[in-house]
Design a protein around this ligand. Structure first.
Ligand SMILES: NC(=O)c1ccc[n+]([C@@H]2O[C@H](COP(=O)([O-])OP(=O)(O)OC[C@H]3O[C@@H](n4cnc5c(N)ncnc54)[C@H](OP(=O)(O)O)[C@@H]3O)[C@@H](O)[C@H]2O)c1
Length: 298
């Protein structure tokens, strides 16, 4: 398989996924990983300038406004980063002949299905974050850029802010955890997502360009937040983990009751299949450390 060595621009370099991408993609080319200080996605001129200066073969956009509850009261900021910026990035990618890889979310769906959502399922976001991500997907599709938009769900890892780290912290502080058991989805380890992205890029620009479009990228299986918490805590007696319903844990943003993503399209196009979420969680917990910190380059 061909590897097109060239420059890979990674945004959101200090995020859960961005940090993993910077490490996972480095064997494939010259990675220029920018954090918010190096490229503020709310600044369209900065996007144009950085893409022109870096002249990447690939742009991998892991930056996003991910504060799901805060987005309800910061609609404009969420839309600037999640809806407008992907369109500007896509236009810049098109101008410079770069391929854009972008991530989206199961929160574009309303969760009313009880079978996995595929790429033809009709989105209907329940919250501002989901609406902003959906508009980002649509801006990329409308741009005419060569792009892969990869929807995933419930991202966790050993850095940043995520459910795994929250449960570990709470488990050390409390005897009992009450966790929502009526939202079904799939946890995804940031490193597994980064490695899957590397596997896609490794197939080469021509191969990817022929298969550009929207894909669901997720581990296999499904669980609830309660099931995920039980798996994190393991067999320990303390804390006790108790199931609750969403109504007992009100949040500013409504969340879909079901967000499992069907991944057959990705398997058929790229031969890529991710293992069960439980295997990924075990690998994450057993992993010695996150990849070494890299200095983002502006
Ligand atoms: N987290 C999840 O559960 C989840 C689920 C489904 C899909 N996704 C998608 O997966 C992708 C990666 O998410 P993640 O979990 O890695 O998120 P994350 O850990 O929150 O990282 C996002 C990064 O984007 C950066 N960012 C925010 N606003 C920015 C701006 N204006 N300019 C430049 N950078 C900015 C953040 O920087 P600061 O630290 O400076 O804010 C942060 O480093 C996103 O597209 C997200 O929508 C995530």
């Amino acid at each position: 398989m061909s590897v097109d060595r060239g420059t890979i621009l990674v945004t959101g370099a200090r995020g859960q996924l961005g940090a993993e991408l910077a490490a996972a993609l480095s064997p494939l080319g010259h990675v220029v990983a920018v954090d918010r200080a190096g490229l503020d996605l709310a600044d369209a001129d900065a996007i144009v300038r950085v893409v022109r200066d870096v002249a990447p073969a690939w742009i991998v956009n892991a930056a996003a406004y991910t504060a799901v509850d805060r987005a309800e009261s910061e609609r404009e900021r969420a839309f600037a980063v999640n809806a407008s910026a992907p369109g500007v990035l896509a236009a810049a990618a098109k101008r410079h002949g770069a391929i854009l890889v972008h991530y989206s979310t199961d929160y574009v769906f309303d969760g009313s299905q009880r079978t996995p959502y595929d790429e033809t399922s009709v989105p209907n976001p329940l919250n501002v974050y989901g609406a902003s991500k959906l508009e980002g997907e649509r801006a990329i599709a409308a741009s005419g850029a060569v792009a892969l938009t990869l929807r995933t769900s419930w991202v966790y890892g050993l850095r940043g802010s995520n459910f795994l780290l929250t449960i570990r912290r709470l488990a050390a502080e409390r005897d009992e955890l009450r966790i929502v058991d009526d939202q079904i989805g799939v946890p995804n380890w940031s490193r597994a997502l980064a490695e899957a992205t590397a596997a896609l890029l490794r197939q080469g620009r021509g191969f990817v360009a022929e298969r550009a479009g929207l894909y669901h990228l997720s581990a296999a299986g499904e669980t609830t937040w309660y099931g995920f918490a039980r798996a994190i805590v393991g067999g320990a007696d303390k804390p006790r983990v108790l199931p609750i319903v969403s109504a007992e844990f009100p949040t500013p943003a409504a969340r879909p009751a079901y967000g499992v993503l069907a991944t057959a399209r990705l398997r058929q196009a790229f031969g890529l299949e991710m293992p069960d979420w439980r295997a990924a969680l075990a690998a994450c917990i057993a992993s010695p450390a996150e990849p070494p910190a890299r200095n983002p380059v502006a």
